[in-house]
Design a protein around this ligand. Structure first.
Ligand code: IPM
Ligand code: MG
Length: 357
């Protein structure tokens, strides 16, 4: 039986970077006889334009049936003024939640060829390889009640609810412990247990699970300290597990340590390792349509998809090695360009990866 991928190119630079990722996917599909097929659906602003909603039923239906989803990026100023409940971001949040994609894996890896691109001193970041495991379908992003209400005195009040049940904490903790086992066996759980009860429970539950993974060294840190340590001594970290909001913030910070958010893929997995794979960066409307966006994060997302959902490790490694070779050749999109290297556009970069395969 062939395995099927639903591609959601999305908005802004999404279609441009996805076109290159598709070329790479087609190449490895042939090379490794993977038997994958794929089709396209709409998500985000482009779906609002066609269907009036960011996540149309046809898209959700196709995504539910697919074995994996490959996403470009969603959103842009064109849709910023429309009603909150149907903005492009809502489509993204809804597909995460409808498909139960609770485990968000965000690697922050520094490519040796790009070490100078970090805003930190090279010796602090050289060899950096952190994996942030962010809970993606709970916490304050989804907690009820939420809203903006009018108080008796006529003043407006905004409110959200940060809530995690034991089972939600347990399942993400298991994912993180297991990933730590496959890496350097160090897991840091990030909380704000000194102030917030919800994260006090988080810390307790993660600690209760730890004896099941005796080979993994578990530690805890408050989120403010973790944010500081990430820029102070980032190489002390291996796997970091945390809730939805802290994970959103810390993963951007970790991405910046690498100096090139245009290089970082991510995976959002359900209980059965079905996943949605997407670059960490956004839709970059300011450079959309110019053919200058970096397609490598999306190409590396294809590699992650092959590894986690399709268990095609050799094909995943081949893509990652091809990206390394293209960097060795000195090819750079403008976001990672530096003197002495060769500036190329989106398409040339994608085709160079295909050639390197
Ligand atoms: C991310 C993004 C999203 C989030 C936005 C676009 C809703 O920042 O994937 O990190 O906050 O989860
Ligand atoms: Mg974010």
């Amino acid at each position: 039986m062939t395995k099927h991928i639903v591609i959601l190119a999305g908005d802004g630079i999404g279609p441009e970077i996805m076109a290159e990722a598709e070329k790479v996917l087609a190449k490895v599909n042939d090379q490794f006889g993977l038997g994958l097929s794929w089709s396209h659906e709409l998500l985000g602003g482009c779906a609002i334009d066609t269907h009036g909603v960011p996540l149309p039923d046809v898209t959700l239906d196709a995504a539910s049936k697919a074995d994996a989803i490959l996403l470009g990026a969603v959103g842009g100023p064109k849709w910023d003024q429309i009603e909150r409940s149907i903005r492009p971001e809502r489509g993204l949040l809804k597909i995460r939640s409808e498909l139960n994609l609770f485990a968000n894996l965000r690697p922050a890896i520094l490519y040796p060829q790009l070490a100078h691109a970090s805003s930190l001193k090279t010796e602090l970041v050289a060899g950096l390889d952190i994996l942030i495991v962010r809970e993606l379908t709970g916490g304050i992003y989804f907690g009820q009640p939420r809203g903006i209400r009018i108080l008796e005195n006529g003043e407006r009040q905004g409110y959200n609810t940060d809530v995690y049940s034991e089972s939600e904490i347990r399942r993400i903790a298991h994912v993180a412990f297991q990933l730590a086992q496959q890496r350097n066996k160090k897991l840091l759980s990030v909380d704000k247990a000194n102030v917030l009860e919800v994260t006090e429970l988080w810390k307790q539950v993660v600690t209760e699970i730890a004896p099941e993974y005796p080979d993994v060294e578990l530690s805890h840190m408050y989120v403010d300290n973790a944010a500081m340590q990430l820029v102070r001594r980032p190489k002390q970290f291996d796997v970091i597990v945390t809730g939805n909001l802290f994970g959103d913030i810390l993963s951007d910070e970790a991405a910046m340590l690498t100096g090139s958010i245009g290089m970082l893929p991510s995976a959002s997995l359900d209980q059965h390792k079905k996943g949605m794979y997407e670059p960490c960066h956004g839709s970059a409307p300011d450079i959309a349509g110019q053919g200058v966006a970096n397609p490598l994060a999306t190409i590396l997302s294809v590699a992650m998809m092959l590894r986690y959902t399709f268990k095609a490790d050799a094909a995943a490694l081949a893509i990652e090695a091809a990206v390394g070779r293209v960097l060795d050749q000195g090819l750079r999109t403008p976001d990672i360009y530096s003197e002495g290297t060769t500036k190329v556009g989106t398409q040339a970069m994608g085709e160079a990866v295909v050639a390197a395969l």
